[in-house]
Design a protein around this ligand. Structure first.
Ligand code: 7RM
Length: 654
């Protein structure tokens, strides 16, 4: 039997105590697709606190596209995450914060978090932020990040969290795209051995952001901080000055009022502002967090993702807090101060559920089992992964070494666009196979289509993964560009939502995501568009034209290979490579820096001028002999030069 078809049944002890078993999953799933409105109406009633009930569960049309859930309903997300828990969980830890240095921790109870969010909401109001206004959040992984998000949700402001590893330009572009009036940041961030000058980056960005009126600064460190007195305020000082009766009320929001915008890379152009709305998103993350992680009252749940990504939104902050769970916010790195850090955190905080990305697991596999075994992991009962396909070897290591062969693994497939998990095992219901995200969750109706958009039925088939029915957490539009929303997701296969992923459905009906089929890269779980990286490379002034492809990378899963045609009189040397890397880091982020830069004199193009990426991908993967048909190229000779260049040049760094 091949490794990847090995079946891991639900451990008996886990299954007996789980909230959902195989029979109840099958029954609930059937109900959710035969009567979606009945199913979701019931879930919305049971799982959420409403200010006013909805009049219509769902209105949808994938042509226009129009998606509305729970119309007529009134709700506030922060009340669902905080106020409703005060009666029974006021002294329960809402957040356990583990700071950059081991043992630097803080616990925030539901009572304290509620009070802090109310005060911050009042502060935002006093700064003139109103319902519908956009607020940018550029913070490290500190409790204040969750507080800022919840405070926005409380007053109906739309937050856009920007990953604190992004550059000033990237931050500026996001702020300007959605016209934020307020920016919330920290003076500095700490990531492992490095201090990140967040406020300096903000100063640089905001200099070109005409809509920003105020910058609110959390004091994370004692470092000297460049403040602009008319524009900038220290968060702690502003809170202290707030009158005792300041208005921290929860705004009554329509179900479809926007909650947040999160920028994500696509195959073309600039990152898109993915817009999520209030009630449907909240219901989706509440239900999926509860079901996928089998959440129980005394769980200590840890998702290692950053709040700058959608996983941080849905499964560090909103899902866990809506369920009244204890969520660990982890500021540091998996390898700081050493490769045992995750397990040290698990040990000291008695973490029961641990959720991370395959890239982190692969990096730790390399460091050896001793780092894991050094710590007590007996508290763990469930493990999860997200962000990219997990290779069976990494899965098996995670299962055997981290989970002592005792903990089920949930491999959760979803996207920024989907808001929450769509395909995943339920740990008490689904036997798992290493590398497969297994089965659709409630209400999720996946279909595979061929290149012509024809549905491929039956099992043991492969195609492109689409969805034929809406789910509550799906994005509603691209901020400010509804046509781009339609074009990107609904035009390729009319009547279907196209995910951008390729997928196999095996003999048992299990789904195996094979990766992106568009020009989107997944580098260490981070999404990057090839076009975005290419234009950053050209910005260096050294390169006339660039083409970027994904290349195999041991740890990151996918690395970036850049084919560059240099401008006249630019030398093919180390200084040029350095210049290109520097520019990409500045324009996007170090995440986007190529792992290989190949200088070539021309790119393989069709006669109509289209770059044949298929060829570059093959060469980048080291498949020099099977580049395929080159007869349609304007100049087939470029291929041999490209092959020779790649053969002769190793990766820049491992
Ligand atoms: C949550 C997140 C989305 C893309 C998606 C896939 C890939 C995510 C898995 C996965 C295989 C998984 N949002 N992806 N999870 N591939 N198995 N469990 O990652 O918007 O940043 O990325 O990530 O290609 O389309 S995201």
């Amino acid at each position: 039997m091949s490794k990847s078809s090995q079946l891991f049944p639900v451990p008996q002890s886990f299954g007996q105590k789980a909230q959902i078993n195989k029979a109840s999953y099958e029954e609930l799933y059937r109900e959710s697709v035969t009567d979606p409105e009945g199913f979701w109406g019931k879930q919305a009633e049971e799982l959420l606190l409403w200010k006013k009930p909805w009049s219509k569960v769902l209105t949808w049309d994938f042509k226009t596209p129009t998606i509305r859930w729970f119309e007529g309903g009134k709700i506030n997300l922060s009340e669902n995450c905080l106020d409703r828990h005060l009666a029974s969980r006021a002294d329960k830890a809402a957040i356990i914060w583990e700071g950059n240095e081991p043992g630097e921790t803080r616990t925030v109870t539901y009572r304290e978090l509620h009070a802090q969010v109310c005060k911050t909401a009042a502060l935002l109001r006093s700064l003139g932020v109103k319902k519908g206004d956009r607020v940018a959040i550029y913070l490290p992984m500190i409790p204040e990040a969750a507080v800022a998000m919840l405070a926005c949700a409380r007053i109906g402001a739309i937050h856009t969290v920007v990953f604190a590893g992004f550059s000033a330009e990237a931050l500026r572009d996001r702020i300007n795209d959605c016209g934020c009036s307020l920016l919330i940041t920290a003076n500095e961030g700490l990531r492992g051995p490095k201090a990140i000058p967040l406020k300096e980056t903000c100063n640089e960005a905001v200099a070109e952001c005409p809509t920003i009126k105020k910058v609110l600064v959390v004091r994370r460190t004692d470092a000297a901080t460049p403040m602009e007195p008319t524009r900038d305020l220290w968060y702690h000082e502003a809170l202290a000055k707030l009158p005792a009766d300041a208005d921290g009320r929860a705004e009554s929001m329509d179900s479809e009022d926007p909650l947040f915008i999160l920028y994500t890379s696509g195959s073309t152009g600039k990152p898109k502002g993915v817009l999520h709305t209030t009630a449907g998103y909240l219901l989706h993350v509440t239900l999926t967090h509860r079901a996928v992680f089998d959440i129980k009252e005394d769980d200590v749940y840890m998702c290692a993702a950053d709040v700058g990504w959608v996983t941080g939104h849905s499964y560090v902050v909103y899902g866990p807090l809506s369920n009244g769970a204890t969520t660990v916010i982890f500021e540091s790195l998996p390898t700081y101060p050493d490769a045992g850090r995750y397990w040290d955190v698990v040990d000291r905080h008695s973490v029961t559920i641990f959720y991370t990305a395959p890239t982190a697991i692969r990096a730790l596999v390399k460091e050896g089992d001793a780092w894991v075994k050094k710590y007590d992991r007996s508290s763990l009962r469930l493990l999860g992964t997200v962000g990219e396909p997990i290779n069976p070897d990494a899965w098996l290591w995670y299962h055997a070494v981290v989970g002592d062969s005792r903990c089920p693994i949930v491999d959760t497939w979803w996207q920024t666009e989907t808001g929450g998990v769509l395909i995943s095992p339920l740990p008490g219901a689904t036997a798992t196979k290493p590398g497969s995200a297994t089965l659709p969750l409630f209400g999720v109706q996946p279909v595979l289509v061929d290149d012509d958009g024809k549905e491929i039925v039956g099992n043991g088939v492969s195609g492109r993964l689409c969805m034929k029915f809406p789910w509550p957490g799906m994005m509603r539009t691209v901020y400010g560009d509804h046509e781009r929303f339609r074009q990107t997701y609904f035009s390729m296969y009319p009547g279907l939502y196209f995910t951008g992923d390729g997928c196999r459905r095996d003999e048992d009906g299990y789904y195996w995501i094979t990766g992106r089929v568009d020009d989107v890269l997944n580098v260490a779980g981070h999404r990057l568009g090839t076009a975005e990286v290419e234009s950053a490379i050209v910005r260096s002034g050294l390169v006339a034209e660039a083409a970027v492809v994904g290349i195999p990378h041991e740890i990151k899963g996918q690395g970036i290979g850049a084919f560059c045609v240099l401008r006249e009189n630019v030398a093919k040397d180390a200084a040029t490579t350095k210049g290109i890397l520097h520019t990409v880091r500045e324009v996007i982020s170090p995440i986007a820096a190529p792992d290989a830069i190949w200088f070539v004199s021309g790119l393989p193009k069709t006669r109509s001028g289209k770059i044949m990426r298929r060829i570059l991908r093959k060469v980048g993967e080291g498949e020099f002999e099977s580049v395929g048909d080159v007869s349609t190229l304007a100049d087939p000779a470029v291929v041999s030069e490209i092959v020779a260049t790649v053969k002769g040049a190793p990766l820049l760094q491992k």
